[in-house]
Ligand binder design. Structure first.
Ligand code: SF4
Length: 512
């Protein structure tokens, strides 16, 4: 139902419900009950979206609730986060989903674990969302496995996943916003079938996402996230309890005024949600992803009916819902119109360059070009040297010790052996990103600060600044990095590079 509606270009509606913890209770029964009402009434809801440990805490697996929703006659959309799964567990989960016929998946990096009782769970993040999408699409092609005869390969039965990805166009700083779009492109290149936005309340930013996709000639259905926002939820977002959901002062003030009404602001927030649905539909969104704390069937029914009434006025509504700061960065100039049929803008990142690359960065790039590029004069000699040392423990240990000492000093190296430095502007993802993100930022940053360590800038803001200063943004946006190889931990990244063991070899092979 969901897949067919997307394929036919029907304006789709998904409703996100949060099952929560425990094995029983109203929050766990709500999704199937919601699905039954959808079936009984024929309300235009195409999927029920089920979260996977939101906020980084434990929760019942959405897969179990998804089965109940499917049995009640509505398509589930299962969230799959990378936080808790290594690659084996990801395959186990993906194949279990496929076995149960649960094919609609929203692949996400996931919020960092939070303390619920006692210490936090150990985070995994073996894959990022780009790599998880690529993995699910590889499952669709039939995963390769060793065959019975030596050297032969076979394929596992293909799956049939429809894979969604998320993006936040609501980041307020250039160095935070543009990496979101860069990562989005990688998600699309990895095979994402549709996009869902993060929660936001600035329709100009929703529109910017569509402009960006059009400017890049990327055709993919996008669902706008419409969260029916109460004052309590807004304050929780403000306190950073929902990573990546940013609520500004203007919106808080508006919600406070609305909360003084006899219905405590319920009517006003439903009206805003309906306005957003109407505006998003008008500007060319493929659908909406409705959510909200305690969202009921009747709320959704009313919002969708009201959105229909508001449809003719959608262009007037757009300027009413622009809760962004006056000083915020926008990627495009204010639009002349929000209509979907305007000609595409030029690529906003083409040739973008600015600032000055720092001394360390310039030196590292020069060294890289002199030592590691195949056309470099020393390349052959260094490769021969590493080949000669390979398999000789004393020489290997010597080379590794020298490399680790220098990289530890310069980059805080964690000795992963699958060194991404040249692709992350000489800023180490293992040392500087708690989620080890190699393809772009997670969605959790706020005001340029890291979701996990707010006292530090998000790792990707630095990568962006350096890559922009060096005119290398195009390279960053094109290059899709595979998951790092844990077998290379505590081995020499240089040797692995010269001997074709590191991720560059895997990228080259996948690009053939
Ligand atoms: S450094 Fe950036 S990408 Fe990494 S966890 Fe923090 S916010 Fe996310």
């Amino acid at each position: 139902m969901f897949r067919e509606a997307l394929e036919k270009g029907v304006f789709v509606v998904t409703v996100e419900l949060v099952p929560g913890r425990g094995a029983a209770g109203p929050a766990l029964d709500a999704p199937a009950a919601f699905a039954r009402r959808v079936r009984e009434t024929g309300l235009g809801v195409h999927a029920i979206s089920l979260t996977d440990g939101p906020g980084g805490g434990p929760a019942i697996s959405p897969d179990v609730i998804a089965e109940e929703v499917a049995a009640a006659g509505v398509d589930p959309l299962v969230h799959l986060v990378c936080r808790d799964l290594n690659r084996n567990a990801l395959e186990a989960r993906a194949t279990a989903l496929a076995r149960r016929g649960l094919n609609n998946v929203l692949a996400l990096t996931g919020d960092y674990p939070t303390a619920v009782s006692g210490p936090i769970a150990r985070p995994v993040f073996d894959f990022d969302s780009v790599q998880a999408i690529a993995f699910l699409k590889a499952c669709n092609a039939g995963l390769e496995k060793p065959g019975r005869k030596p050297g032969a390969t076979e394929r596992l039965p293909p799956t049939n996943f429809l894979v969604g990805a998320a993006v936040s166009p609501f980041k307020s700083r250039e160095e935070e916003l543009v990496p979101q779009f860069i990562k989005l492109e990688k998600k699309i290149a990895a095979g994402a079938d549709f996009i869902v936005t993060q929660i936001g309340y600035d329709l100009r930013r929703y529109h910017e996402l569509l402009r960006y996709l059009r400017a890049r000639r990327l055709r993919i259905p996008v669902l706008g996230n419409v969260y029916v926002l109460s004052l309590g939820a807004a304050r929780a977002m403000r306190r950073g309890e929902a990573p990546g959901c940013v609520v500004g002062d203007d919106l808080i003030r508006t919600l406070e005024a609305e909360a003084a009404a006899p219905d405590k602001g319920k009517g006003a927030r439903r009206e805003r949600a309906a306005q957003m649905v109407a505006a998003l539909k008008g500007m060319g969104y493929a659908g909406v992803h409705l959510g909200g704390f305690g969202l009921k069937f009747e709320d959704v029914e009313r919002i969708l009916a009201r959105a229909e009434e508001l449809a003719p006025q959608w262009e007037q509504i757009v300027s009413d819902i622009q809760f962004g700061g006056a000083e915020e960065f926008y990627l495009f100039p204010p639009p002349e119109s929000y209509r979907p049929d305007l000609p595409p803008d030029p690529d906003p990142l083409a040739g973008l360059r600015g600032g000055r690359a720092g001394f360390q960065y310039r030196m590292m790039r020069a060294l890289h070009d002199a030592l590691f590029e195949e056309r470099a004069p020393c390349y052959r000699a260094l490769k021969a040297l590493h080949q000669a040392a390979d398999g000789k423990p004393a020489l290997e240990a010597l080379g590794h010790a020298a490399e680790f000492a220098s990289k530890r000093l310069l980059f805080g190296c964690r000795d992963c052996g699958d060194c991404a430095l040249p692709d992350t502007a000489y800023h180490c993802p293992e040392a500087n990103c708690p989620k080890g993100q190699r393809n772009g930022p997670c969605g959790g940053s706020s005001d340029g600060r890291c979701e996990v360590f707010p006292e530090k800038p998000c790792f990707w803001t630095t990568v962006y600044r350096r890559a922009k200063a060096a005119g290398e943004l195009d390279q960053v946006r094109r290059r899709r990095l595979p998951p790092r190889d844990p077998q290379l931990q505590q081995t020499s990244g240089w040797a692995n590079y010269y001997l074709g063991r590191d991720y560059r070899k895997r990228v080259e092979e996948s690009e053939k």
